[in-house]
Write a protein that binds this ligand. Structure first.
Ligand code: AMP
Length: 139
């Protein structure tokens, strides 16, 4: 499948769709997942038009990993959780629903199950305050 420049994350990168921004640098952008599987569910995307890991420029794969490594500790602190799930889905069969590569950063704690994937919109005010909380803890 060819990369679709009208996918929602491409629109976010172009500024044609909004996001609750957590972090941005030359090669990556991080923002809140609007249908979180847990409170604090954050995404990191590269500024490169790739559907998945197999068509991503290695420089951008490295940049995405570097940003995940920087944002995940801030998410962990912000939501005071003992664990963080880092996940990246490649292909519809693997559960991918948005075809611009992204990495999920999902807070985990005992006794709280993950919510269903890509369902149930979160409250936008809450997402904004969560993004602010994470931003303040990025080192
Ligand atoms: P995946 O299924 O791995 O492709 O993940 C796509 C993720 O993007 C899901 O967790 C969705 O909840 C999330 N998502 C979809 N649309 C948006 C959006 N406009 N802003 C932020 N997250 C989104």
């Amino acid at each position: 499948m060819a990369y679709d420049p009208n996918n929602i994350f491409a629109k976010i990168l172009r500024g044609d769709a909004p996001c609750f921004k957590v972090y941005e640098d030359d090669m990556t952008l991080s923002f809140m997942d609007v249908m979180p599987q847990a409170e604090g569910h954050t995404l990191v995307i590269p500024k490169f038009p790739a559907e998945n890991l197999f068509d991503l420029d290695p420089e951008y794969a490295g940049a995405m990993a570097k940003t995940v490594q920087r944002i995940a500790p801030a998410v962990k602190k912000a939501f005071n959780v003992p664990g963080i799930l880092v996940a990246q889905l490649n292909g519809a069969e693997a559960g991918q629903t948005v075809f611009h590569i992204h990495t999920h950063i999902i807070p985990r704690r005992n006794g709280i199950d993950l919510k269903l994937h890509a369902r149930g919109m979160a409250d936008f005010k809450e997402l904004e305050s969560q993004a602010e909380k994470i931003r303040a803890l990025i080192e």
